[in-house]
Structures are given as C-alpha cells and as structure tokens.
Design a protein around this ligand. Structure first.
Ligand code: C2E
Ligand code: MG
Ligand code: MG
Ligand code: MG
Length: 300
C-alpha cells in the first residue's frame, strides 16, 4: 500500500530506495501505455483541433485563431493537451503529432476558403523538440503547398524557454521559417528565461502574455506591473502584444487602457470545435467591444 510504503520510506533509507524504484517503474509503465495509445490515436485519426479566436482590441474583429489539439479517445473521452502532450514530448511522438497539426490546419484553411469563408491567420503551437529537429521548415512548406494556403495565414507559436535553450540556432531556424512568409510569436511570454538582448534579435512578430499574469491583473498589483512592462517592451521592440487567458471585462478594460493589441480568452470565447468556429467567423466576425472604450484611432 502506497501510504505504508511512504511511511517506511521515511523510516529507512533502504526502503525508500525500493519504494521509489517501484513507483518509478509504475510511472514508466503508465507512460509507455500512454505512448502506445497515442501512437494508436494517431493511426486511428483520433486527434481533433479546436480553435480559439483572437480579438483585436481596437476594432473587435476576430484577427486570428489558435489551433489547440484535443484527443478524442473512444475510451477516455475528450482529453486536453496538458494530459498527453508532455508524454508525447518525452516519447518523441510529438514530432508526428506536430506534423499532423500542421497539415490539419492547412487542410482546414483550404476547406474554409473553398466554402467562401473570409479566413484569418491560424496559430499553431510548435513544441521545442519538434522545432529543434529542424524539419518544421520543410513540413510547413509542404503543407502550404499541398493545400494552396498563403503563408501569411499561418503563425507558429514558440516558447520563450525553447528559444533560450540555444538562441543562436533558434534565431537561424526562426529566420528560415520567417523567410517562408509565416509569422512567428513567442507563447507564454514572461514564464521562461527572458534574455532580453536575444529577444531583440528574434525575428518574431508577436508576444503572447502568459495567462498567469492576466488572471491576476485586477487584484494583484505585481501582475499588473508585469503586464504593463511587457506591453511597453513589446511596443518598443515593434512587436504586437496579445494577452492570453482574459476571462473578465475588468481584465480586458485594463488591457485596453494599456494599449494591448489583442485578446485571446474565455471572456470572448473558449476554444471551439471546427463547426462552431466556422459559424462564428461567418456570423460574428466582429465582436462588440464598445464597453472597453477604445476606438479604431487610438493606439495607432
Ligand atoms: P497555450 O499554447 O498557451 O494555449 C492556451 C491555453 O490557454 C489553451 O489551453 C486555452 O484553452 C487556454 N485558455 C485560453 N483562454 C483562457 C482563459 O480565459 N482562461 C483559462 N483558464 N484558460 C484559457 P489548452 O487548449 O488546454 O492547451 C494547453 C497547452 O497545450 C497549450 O498552451 C499548448 O502549450 C499545448 N498545446 C495545445 N495544442 C497543442 C499542439 O497542437 N501542439 C503542441 N505542441 N502543444 C499544444
Ligand atoms: Mg499557444
Ligand atoms: Mg500560451
Ligand atoms: Mg502554455
């Protein structure tokens, strides 16, 4: 029994060794099981993408979408990415999943365009491992080609920590992606190691303020200061700023007052399945943001 084992582990060094190897074995088995289910899921085409709108804070227009993966498992139901992406990363399956995402998004963009929908750029999350494998450039080109999608409709989200791991290689990889014509953003900004001198050299278009700062915006003065500082810095580097995870009107009002460019958060919409996002783009491509008191001309 785990509790007893834990107790004994505290009592004796030798038992603790046994306890932990046992537990590690269990975890390893769990992970191997998950990894093989994920491989299976890929073969059975069980992954789906949901899309969350990004709303421009001066016009209310939906200016982009972020594609977010889910696993529609026949046994587990809809599994969120937090529950399987880390295992996919450890098991090196992330590249195959990442490849699926790139092609699925381009295919979707083509189908939306064929339906006569006015499309907006779609952002894709690129995992560190996938990025460092250096195949991404080729895959992106292939997918754009295959589905005849203009590169400007694709945005790649990279994380700060990833880019700082090996800044010099990252910069050249980013530049090659940039040369294709896709745009790049730094995801979860503020949570990784920010070597600001490198940030200046990253050929990115956009910073996404991490939702941990946004959620504290109205009641934590430190978070407010951090968000303000990120927006100023982003502006002075000539980058667009988008705030992730805005759930309340109060948060959005502050972000609007600080001239944040755009919002992605539950307040406007949760990530939606394909059919629903399609309907939203058709019926409500522009949301009412009049309560946030910013008009088109401000912040220009
Ligand atoms: P992320 O890229 O930072 O994506 C934003 C996450 O914040 C999404 O969670 C989204 O649903 C959530 N979010 C957006 N607005 C709000 C809000 O107002 N309140 C709250 N509480 N949450 C909000 P999700 O879809 O569970 O994705 C989690 C993470 O999984 C993503 O974080 C990303 O790191 C990873 N992920 C998702 N799809 C992919 C993918 O296709 N490939 C890779 N490599 N990673 C992915
Ligand atoms: Mg993201
Ligand atoms: Mg994020
Ligand atoms: Mg994240």
């Amino acid at each position: 029994h785990a509790d007893i084992a834990m107790y004994r582990a505290k009592e004796s060094g030798r038992n603790s060794y046994q306890f932990f190897t046992h537990q590690m074995q269990d975890r390893l088995n769990e992970r191997l099981k998950l990894e093989s289910s994920l491989k299976q899921a890929l073969e059975n085409d069980e992954f789906v993408l949901h899309y969350q709108p990004q709303v421009d804070l001066s016009t209310g227009k939906i200016i982009g979408l972020e594609a977010l993966i889910r696993w529609q498992s026949p046994t587990l139901g809809l599994v969120p990415p937090g529950d399987f992406i880390p295992a996919a990363e450890e098991g090196r399956l992330i590249s195959a999943i990442g490849e699926w995402v790139i092609f699925a998004v381009c295919k979707r963009l083509q189908s939306w365009r064929r339906q006569g929908l006015k499309i907006v750029p779609v952002a894709i999350n690129i995992s560190a491992l996938q990025f460092m494998e250096q195949k991404t450039e080729e895959l992106v080109k292939q997918a754009l080609n295959e589905y005849m999608v203009e590169p400007k409709y694709l945005e790649l989200e990279l994380t700060e920590s990833l880019s700082m791991l090996d800044p010099v290689t990252s910069i050249s990889l980013m530049q090659r992606l940039k040369d294709i014509g896709v745009s790049l953003s730094i995801d979860d900004f503020g949570t990784g190691y920010s070597n600001l001198s490198y940030l200046k050299r990253f050929p990115v278009n956009k910073l996404k303020i991490d939702k941990s700062f946004v959620s504290g915006l109205t009641n934590n003065p430190d978070d407010y200061s951090i968000v303000k500082a990120i927006i100023r810095m982003s502006q002075s580097l000539g980058l667009k700023t988008i705030a992730e995870g805005a759930e309340t009107a109060g948060q959005i009002a502050l972000l609007a007052a600080e001239n944040c460019d755009a919002i992605q958060g539950f307040y406007f919409s949760r990530p939606l399945p394909e059919a629903e996002i399609c309907a939203m783009l058709k019926e409500r491509p522009r949301l009412d943001i009049s309560e946030f008191g910013r008009n088109k001309d401000r912040g220009a």
